[in-house]
Design a protein around this ligand. Sequence first.
Ligand code: SF4
Ligand code: SF4
Length: 486
Amino acid sequence: MNMDDSQIKDQDLAKLSEEEEAFRSSIGTMDSKGKRQWVFPKKPSGKFTKYRTWVSYFLLAILVIAPFVKLPNGNPLFMFNIPKGQFIIFGFPFFTSDFFLLAIGMIATIVFIVLFTVVYGRIFCGWICPQTIFMEHVFRRIEYWIEGDRPKQMKLAKQEWDEEKIRKRLLKWTIFSLISFLIANVFLAYVIGSDELLELVKEGPNKNWSTFIGLIVFTGLFYFIFAWFREQVCTLVCPYGRLQGVLIDKKTIIVAYDFKRGESTAGRSKFRKGEDRKAAGKGDCIDCKQCVVVCPTGIDIRNGTQLECVNCTACIDACDEVMEKVNLPKGLIRYASEENIETGQKFKFTGRMIAYTLVLIAMVVAINSFLFSRNDVEVKFLHVPGKNYKIEGESISNVYEYTMYNKTNGDLRVKFGLKSHDDGKIRVLDGPSTIVLTKGNVQQGVVEVRIPMADVSSYKEPVTMVALDENGKELDEYLTSFSAPY
Ligand code: SF4
Ligand code: SF4
């Protein structure tokens, strides 16, 4: 080979590797000028698509029904009334006074998500995320139904605005708008509760203009996301998607292309009937690009892990179908870690996965018991600053400031009692002895505790005060100290 030949070869190789690596500096849905490239994914079918469809319909049913389900205590399953600071999680009410609990619950949930992602990658994105479920199992399905599969959609997009295109687009946009309006109503039910939503529906928009405008705005937002913005939510907006790069490692389970098997020593190449691919050193990938055309984020999984991949499994099904047709083993694209692929191992639960999973289960139990084991009523008694004990006759008195939270969804009538000293007395100084505690509210006031001298044996006598309901049932207790002269 002369000098010129080798220079030309070097240049060719450099160009080739530049082209191969181009995907790293771009995203599949934009051209080099940053212009949106519309994705027309082929309708997926296969084992994983079937499972995902069932999971999606199940989750959709829960999402839509949950705010309308009433538990025996009268609470809905979920409600997130941000304007009023009221939250109901699994039927348990939380108020702004529980902010601390919710904050800890949220931090624990973030730790949970991080650990989960380290082990299981983006399984959440592909199977559970509402964006994926609505996009792939609601809106995209309607699109396939009206406009047909990928080739027909591409043809329609290029077509003039004739009768067929206007009819199909109008039908699609109308159905998309109605579903977006429905989703906006469901989300509103999560915020204000189903009773209030049904009341608003009965009264009509005339009496509830501001709510109706809010609904229209959110309908527009959902329409914009599912009719136009689509996969860009995952590739450009979602912070969870952005975090993947730092959370996943070589041991994380992802949807992966087995490059060792697919490329072998001579690389991928088209299928030729009767050819001994093994003898020719050719990989099992027949370069049919079915995994690419089916991808809803427009990427080529054969380029390796990419931030656009939402682990939707569509490419697994597409490739398995191809492998079956050409009589090669399935699983060229499959759930595996990079390490599995490199070492040629099959997927198996490793010690790390089991350990992380046990930690995740423990966290779920801890988060739930932490959030849901708190009392319906919480009471605290603190000494009034600057006031010490007082001796009157044969007894000693202390004054406390009380703070009481009602964390139920109903009003309560509460009395105080002294649990630790039978002959002691507790008296509300700034109001009636029965305190009316309205739902979700906090009440403060002052009480006096009086104990016979003979029953006090320390200068810091431990005392337990209790809050009781009108039937004498204990709602909460508080242990504090009682000051005395000895
Ligand atoms: S579907 Fe499978 S065989 Fe076809 S290009 Fe993708 S990886 Fe290769
Ligand atoms: S690469 Fe495969 S799993 Fe990832 S988004 Fe595309 S089709 Fe789904």
